[in-house]
Structures are given as structure tokens and as C-alpha cells.
Design a protein around this ligand. Structure first.
Ligand code: FAD
Length: 492
């Protein structure tokens, strides 16, 4: 039997539903704000132009929970980074997304880089980063034996961690929906009107549908500048800065235990070697201007540069372990985050320029925006029945044979392996669909099916068949990530 997704997902409302707060954009910023507000007696909605949540910058990044030493204290982003980092253990307990405090290393390859390392150490201390250690060569190699023998010393930040960013967003959204928030996907805000009499905004989407809101939060990522313009609010320009990556197979023999950074330059944190929380390895990212806000192309030329940079830190990296490449776009607006109420129009909060460490800072962004809304006049009354926890969700690849067998006894779909590389069963694909993930990418990010060595060559057609059966969609309606990304057309 197909369970209908939560009634709070794409509610089919007549007329113009009205909300206390509407959040525009459901990346990690919007999702944290929504979940935080779900603890209060408020009518809250999130609108997202993509077919699923986390399909913007929040899906393609390094997945690092930063250690609080890269930026000076004068920046808001630095303070929110430290606070956000501290919030992850609790969020992990409540929501169960993959997260590990594996620690971060900054490795100096020349004596003259040690000055910069010391600067990071004192900067981190001043920021309030916990447990920072200035390390000798021997200490660093004992912490991370995969490091180059050329290393001369460095920094160790034990509070740094790794996370699966889209699974974090999915968990936040599921929690928010469970606590009464409404989510509208495929809902692009194209117009906004202030009603002076009612003191509320009317937001209009691409199909002429509308919602009204007493307060609006602009968390539209790369498009926050365009959204601001729709409201007649502040004029600013967001520039996309591209970061390209290599992804290595989980079978690579040189997976470091900790995130390995080079000594940063004035422009970027440099190219790193990142053990992902799910067992693969990322190498990257670059930091180059992008051609447009949709330009996520990767090039062989850049990827050679990345591999060379990675090899300087971890010499054992091997091109044969590469299973795919991808790119993400940083929404750059000056040096700092821009999280402030508009001074030009009423009841609008900007959450813009959220480049790195936005993922790390995002839980603190949720708190900060909640406080800004309160200061702007939003009444916050706690819900006595707010439930911060999600039920645990088993994954075949983490089960013992006995646990797995128990699940198969209750539901034979647990016994049908769909993705061999990442050990994903039919039951997990069905659960993803029931949670509202009905594109191939949505299912991929929820389950990891299609993310392994064969990149979906074995499982994609199986997933399409399950999607058709569970949703009643035809194969022509199935897309990779919504809009015009159909993968099958015409006769099969
Ligand atoms: C290469 C790279 C590496 C990074 N590495 C890290 C890291 O390791 N650690 C870290 O802490 N941070 C990292 N970051 C930063 C982090 O990824 C971002 O700060 C964060 O994802 C921003 O989230 P967001 O919700 O603000 O934006 P987004 O995720 O882009 O969300 C904005 C959403 O708004 C939607 N939207 C836009 N316009 C409209 C509209 N008109 N109507 C409705 N919806 C709309 C978009 O579809 C999108 O889903 C990295 C970023 C990049 C690019």
C-alpha cells in the first residue's frame, strides 16, 4: 500500500493560504530556520523553486563541519560557525543524519607556512574553538599516517567534522513538517506585493498561485539578490564562485581518517582531501568565477589541478579510484554573511551571501533569524508538544545479518537489493518515495542508490520501475532533478 506523503508537503490549498512566516528557499539555511520556528505556535511555510529540497548549493559542497579557525572573530560568519559547530551533536542525536567528529588537520609542507598555521591557531583560540593543537611533524603523522612525509607540522582541530549535507537538510525538513510546517516544492517566487492595510506580503509563483505572509525570510541562496529585487528591497549582487571536485570510490586504499587542509591562501581555504562520512573520499574544491548561476560544468583541466594539489597532501591518491566529478557554486556577497532585516521594506529578513561555512553555521543561522523575527515583532509561544526527534531509519549497509533478516521477515522488499555498490534495498527506495523524494536525484541523496562505483548503471532502471509502481508516474514523467530533466522519452 502506498502511504501518502505528509499532508504538509505541497498542501493543495484553495485561494491564498496565509502564514505568519514564509521562508523562500529550502537549502540548509531555510531548512534550519523552518525547523527552529516549528517549535512555536506559528503558521510557517517554506517555498522552494526546485522539485526537491537541498537541490541548490546545499547539495554540492565539502560536507565539512568547520573547526572555527579559518575566519577572524569580527565576522558574523565566524561567530555563527563556532555556535553552529557546537550544535551538531545534539542535532545528530535528535535527527539521526550521518555525522562524525573526525577532526581537521591543516598541514604545512614548508617551514615558511608555519607562521600562517600559528595565525590560524591563535585566531581559532580567540574565536572560542575547542581543543586546537599546534602540531609537530611527528604528531601530525601520528594523527594522519596518509599524510605526505614532506609535512613539517600543522594544526589539529578535533571539533571539526563531516556530514552528509543533503541528508541533514532532509532530516531538518522532515522534522519541521512533522511539527506542522508546510513545504511547497516547484514553487518559485516571481512576484511580491505588500498590503499596507493587512500588513502582509502576497507572494506569487510561476503559475499565478499565491501565499500571504506577515514575515518573509529570503534564504534563496544564489538568487537572494533577485528575490530582494522582487520585494523592492536592498540592491545587491550575488556572484557564483565555482568549486569542482573529484569523488573517489570507497575502496580506495588511501582514505584519510581526518579532513586534510593545506595552508589557506588569501582567496580560499585551498584544495583538500576529505573523507566523507559515508566512506568515500572527496578531493577539491577549486575556487573560480562561474559563467552563470547554473554553471556546474567540470573540466578535465581543473580536475588535473585538483588531483595534483590533493597528492601534495596525500601522495597515495590515485586517478583510478575516481568515480565521478561534480561542482557546487558559492553564493558570494562580500566577505561576510548578510543576515539582516531589510531597512527598505517591512517584514523581510535577508539571509544572503551564505557561502562557506554556511553548512556549519546553519543551525546557528536558524537561531539568529528566529531572534531577528522576534525583534521585528513576531510573537513566539513555545508548543508544548514540539517533538525534536525523528524515528531511527535503518539502512541495509549498516545492519548486521540478523537485524537485516528480521526486517526481511516483516517486509520482503528489504531482501531485494537495488543498488549493489552502496547496498540499498527496495524498501529504502520506497521509503524515500514515501517521504516525497520523487526525482532520481532526490532518491539518490536520500538513499545513496546511484552514488557508488557504477554511478547508477546497474540500479537506475530498477529505481525507475519502483517509482512508476509507487507513484503511478509514467516513465516520461520521471526526471533526474525536476523541470526538463526527463531521462526517457518516446517508446521504450
Ligand atoms: C564548493 C563549496 C564547498 C562548500 N563547503 C562547505 C563546507 O565544507 N562546510 C560548510 O560549512 N559550508 C560549505 N559550503 C557552503 C554551504 O554549502 C552553503 O553556505 C550553504 O549550502 C548555503 O545554503 P543556503 O540554504 O543558504 O542556499 P541554497 O542551498 O542554495 O538554498 C537556496 C534555495 O533557494 C531556492 N530558491 C532560489 N530562488 C528561489 C525563488 N525565487 N523561489 C523559491 N525558491 C528559490 C533554490 O532553489 C535553493 O534550493 C560550501 C559551498 C560550496 C559551493
Amino acid at each position: 500500500m502506498v502511504k501518502t506523503p505528509s499532508p504538509c508537503l505541497n498542501p493543495s490549498a484553495q485561494g491564498t493560504p496565509s502564514y505568519d512566516v514564509v521562508i523562500i528557499g529550502c537549502g540548509v539555511s531555510g531548512a534550519n530556520i523552518a525547523r527552529r520556528l516549528s517549535a512555536y505556535r506559528l503558521r510557517v511555510a517554506v517555498v522552494e523553486k526546485a522539485a526537491d529540497v537541498s537541490f541548490g548549493t546545499s547539495k554540492a559542497n565539502s560536507g565539512i563541519i568547520h573547526g572555527g579557525f579559518h575566519h577572524p572573530k569580527k565576522y558574523l560568519k565566524s561567530r555563527l560557525e563556532i555556535q553552529g559547530n557546537w550544535m551538531f551533536d545534539r542535532l545528530h542525536q535528535e535527527l539521526g543524519f550521518p555525522f562524525k567528529r573526525c577532526g581537521i588537520i591543516v598541514a604545512a609542507l614548508h617551514e615558511d607556512e608555519m607562521k600562517a598555521v600559528e595565525h590560524l591557531y591563535w585566531q581559532g583560540r580567540e574565536n572560542g574553538a575547542l581543543g586546537l593543537e599546534l602540531c609537530s611533524r611527528e604528531r601530525l603523522l601520528s594523527l594522519e599516517p596518509q599524510l605526505s612525509p614532506e609535512v613539517v607540522g600543522g594544526l589539529y582541530a578535533p571539533a571539526g567534522g563531516i556530514i552528509e549535507p543533503y541528508r541533514f537538510v532532509f532530516a531538518l525538513v522532515e522534522s519541521a513538517l512533522t511539527n506542522g510546517v508546510h513545504l511547497y516544492t516547484n514553487w518559485k517566487v516571481v512576484d511580491a506585493h505588500w498590503n499596507t492595510e493587512k500588513k502582509e506580503w502576497r507572494l506569487v509563483n510561476q503559475e499565478g498561485g499565491s501565499l500571504s505572509a506577515r514575515f518573509v525570510v529570503n534564504a534563496a541562496g544564489l538568487y537572494a539578490d533577485e528575490v530582494s529585487r522582487l520585494f523592492g528591497a536592498e540592491e545587491y549582487i550575488i556572484t557564483p564562485r565555482k568549486g569542482e571536485y573529484f569523488l573517489l570510490d570507497r575502496l580506495t586504499p588511501v582514505r584519510p581518517e581526518r579532513v586534510v587542509f593545506p595552508v589557506p591562501s588569501a582567496l580560499s581555504k585551498g584544495m583538500l582531501v576529505i573523507p566523507t562520512v559515508e566512506g568515500t573520499v572527496l578531493v577539491g574544491p577549486t575556487a573560480d568565477p562561474a559563467l552563470s548561476k547554473e554553471d556546474v560544468a567540470t573540466t578535465a583541466e581543473h580536475l588535473d589541478i585538483i588531483l595534483e594539489a590533493g597528492k601534495r597532501l596525500v601522495p597515495g591518491l590515485n586517478r583510478n579510484d575516481v568515480i565521478t566529478t561534480f561542482a557546487g557554486l558559492r553564493p558570494v556577497l562580500g566577505e561576510d554573511f548578510y543576515i539582516e532585516p531589510s531597512t527598505k521594506v517591512p517584514s523581510l529578513i535577508h539571509v544572503a551571501g551564505i557561502q562557506s561555512p554556511g553548512l556549519t553555521a546553519s543551525p546557528a543561522i536558524g537561531e539568529y533569524v528566529k531572534d531577528l523575527l522576534k525583534a521585528a515583532g513576531l510573537e513566539l509561544t513555545e508548543k508544548p508538544d514540539w517533538n525534536p526527534c525523528l524515528p531511527p531509519r535503518p539502512q541495509a549497509r549498516n545492519l548486521s545479518p540478523y537485524e537485516w533478516d528480521d526486517l526481511v521477515q516483516n517486509d520482503p522488499a528489504w531482501g531485494h537489493l537495488v543498488c549493489r555498490c552502496e547496498t540499498v534495498t527496495e524498501a529504502e527506495i520506497v521509503e524515500a518515495i514515501r517521504q516525497g523524494h520523487t526525482t532520481l536525484d532526490g532518491i539518490k541523496y536520500f538513499t545513496r542508490a546511484q552514488m557508488g562505483r557504477c554511478q547508477g548503471a546497474f540500479c537506475t532502471y530498477k529505481i525507475i520501475k519502483i517509482l512508476m509502481r509507487e507513484t503511478g508516474m509514467s516513465y516520461e514523467e520521471i526526471t533526474k532533478h525536476g523541470e526538463t530533466s526527463q531521462i526517457l522519452r518516446g517508446a521504450l
